[in-house]
Design a protein. Sequence first.
Length: 90
Amino acid sequence: MPRKKQKKAVALRYDKNREQVPKVTAKGTGSVAENIIALAEEHGIPVKNDPDLVEVLSTLNIDEEIPPSLYVAVAELLAFVYSLNSKRKK
């Protein structure tokens, strides 16, 4: 019987006024991932379901900066977030 894949989540922080590069602020699997997602939603933080990106980001440590090899993928994620925020303000 195939084993059910556990949910994973990674939270990023990026403040262009304080940081040059986004950092991992939380990560987890199973119930920890569910809590990360629930807290984000509770606080109005956009959540994007991208299993491939989560898989790669989950290899990073907490408070670790995103490596240059992931800049394009994370830039696309930030564009998604900025787009949602822009729509929300209108």
